[in-house]
Design a protein around this ligand. Sequence first.
Ligand SMILES: [Zn+2]
Length: 411
Amino acid sequence: MTDTERAIRLMARCDALAVFSDEPGRITRAYGTPALREAQEAVAGWMREAGMDVRRDAVGNLIGRYEGEQPEAPAFLIGGHLDSVRDAGRYDGILGVLAGVAVVERLHAAERRLPFVVEVVAFADEEGLRFHSTYLGSRALAGTLDEETLSLTDDNGVTFGEAIQNFGGDPAAIESARRDPAEFLGFVEPHIEQGPNLEERDLPVGVVDAIVGGSRAEITVEGEAGHAGTVSMARRRDALCAAAELVLAIEGVGRSDPAMVATVGQFEVAPGASNVIPGEVRLTLDLRHPADEPRLRAENQLRELVAEIGARRGVLATWHEVQGYVSTRCDPGLTDRLAAAVSTCGVEPHRLPSGAGHDAVALADLLPVAMLFVRCAGGISHNPAESVDVADVAVACNVLDALVGDLVQSC
Ligand SMILES: [Zn+2]
């Protein structure tokens, strides 16, 4: 089978999986649903054809194992997730699983065993659509799911624990899904980029160096509502004018570092009448950077700006922290090897951060992780218009072959 034929087959499998959905007419696959089960069964069939032993762990992750030359050999893990957001595309997560299967298929066709095991994992929940909590599958494997998570409920009041049971898993044995890091050489996650950088650089693939951390806050500005005709400009404490200054200050901080992004995504003005001076504004901040230190510095700078603008304008501006999460650095050694594999395939090994979260974040608690991004059209994802090119998929699979080959060399 040629590289192109292999990529065409992978894409056809993505199409086949797109049929399994919780909602007619669009792709939606939440944790524990019949659609996810059907998708898993299809993937399990392809894993078996590729010579893998297939099992499901206690949370319901699907794991294919291609044994090595020695029974006790460590494993190299490749994978992604089979669940999706609502009205999703057909590649997010799935591409990583099927690329792993494609690599093993080629080894199996050549009747080749390696000095290590190759495992392909299809996580049962990454997006958190049903329980509003991300990485449930990979956190189970990393051993970082706690009791509290099992009692999360979906919109129908079903707990995660009950859903695991209904899905054929075992919530009481969730600990058993945790893997011993000594079993593994590392994890590589091939994934669509979900951004426009590779397309802009005309590159089929890229190497992720870090998955960004973020700060989320809500800022409230309290001024004084008043009559738009009778209160002179000098006497006003206009919450919106102060908030407008803040929005531009946030943009300025975002622009101060090429790796930073800062977004005000929600903005509410009260009371919201054309003849009333705005008395109160609520806005949100989403601040991200691949490194924690510059992000935290920017966050502090913005906190000070909120206080300074509030004081100068005579309004009460308050910062409410919503959530902060640290960035994940991909493993430098494994990432260098992945970059070398990209070079071997004749592609410039461009490094870039991931602005979105991935299973690699959860697995980084356990294993050395690396991520390979595949160009996607227009950077569009979480959307039925998600699109990848056959030629790029062929390159991604070749890069994984080369990475596995390099690991064999050093065994
Ligand atoms: Zn994904």
